[in-house]
Design a binder for this molecule. Structure first.
Ligand SMILES: Nc1ncnc2c1ncn2[C@@H]1O[C@H](COP(=O)(O)OP(=O)(O)OP(=O)(O)O)[C@@H](O)[C@H]1O
Length: 247
């Protein structure tokens, strides 16, 4: 029997996932549930394993044990192009922009058949007006924030079920962070599920619906963002944040 997606089931689940990179045992039994729709934030200190979790979901590292299910399918052993075709897009921390190609060319590479859907492109220009202004500029001449917009635009140039985004606000000016924040709200409103790795709790507390916290290659807390947001003692325990901290 072919597997059929169940719309009440979580979009993505990781069950007891272990990932080794060479001799290093990085993910040590990750259990993570990403509900359909809404934004799940993955928090945790540097080196906790957040990026490795995203790369394992994307098939860039393969789980040495455990199982990953996406939209009713077992993707544990699938290769990255097949995982991408299932509707997952990944925006890595280094963004992966082609610096010698224009904004237009960077986006065209991700459009099926190299063709843009004009309505979708207009919607993306509405999210990130800077992209329209710099359409014919080489990616390498853009600021960090503009590159981040290109990277996210490339991920959504085709409709996706799930976006994996790794630390998009790192080093960006507050105005750009606000623009990203608005774009994520708009994506949520369009039923795109987002799994966002972030260190900036102030940025994600207003955006996130669900939260998971990692430490030492495991999920050490999972729940609603509202519960974590309202509980300073839990923030101090899980994130090392103290009352009044804005980071
Ligand atoms: N290619 C690699 N080779 C060896 N070790 C790696 C590699 N990539 C990551 N690691 C190690 O795996 C651990 C988890 O790294 P990861 O990047 O997943 O953490 P993170 O939570 O995303 O942290 P950060 O916020 O610093 O990116 C770290 O100890 C890191 O040094």
């Amino acid at each position: 029997m072919p597997e059929a997606p169940d719309n009440n089931a979580p979009l993505l689940t990781l069950q007891g996932v272990h990932t080794h990179i060479g001799e290093y045992h990085i993910l040590q039994g990750v259990d993570l549930v990403v509900p359909r729709a809404g934004l799940t934030v993955l928090l945790g200190r540097n080196g906790a394993g957040k990026s490795t979790t995203l790369r394992t979901i994307m098939g860039l590292w393969h789980a040495s044990a455990g199982a990953l299910r996406f939209d009713g399918h077992d993707i544990t052993k699938e290769q990255t192009p097949d995982i991408s075709r299932r509707g997952i897009a990944f925006v890595p921390e280094d963004m992966g922009i082609f610096s010698g190609l224009t904004v237009q060319e960077n986006l065209r590479l991700a459009a099926i058949g190299g063709r843009f859907d004009d309505k979708r492109l207009d919607w993306i220009f509405g999210l990130f007006p800077a992209l329209k202004r710099f359409w014919l500029r080489p990616g390498g001449t853009l600021s960090g924030g503009q590159k981040q917009m290109v990277a996210i635009a490339r991920a959504i140039i085709e409709p996706r079920k799930l976006l994996l985004i790794d630390e998009p606000t790192k080093g960006l000016a507050p105005a750009i962070v606000d623009n990203l924040s608005q774009a994520f709200l708009e994506l949520k409103a369009h039923d795109t599920t987002i799994l966002l790795v972030e260190q900036n709790f102030h940025f994600v507390r207003a955006l996130g619906d669900h939260v998971a916290v990692m430490d030492d290659g495991r999920i050490v807390h999972a729940g609603s963002m509202q519960a974590l947001s309202n509980d300073e003692a839990m923030q101090a325990r899980l994130l090392g944040l103290h009352a009044g901290a804005v980071h």
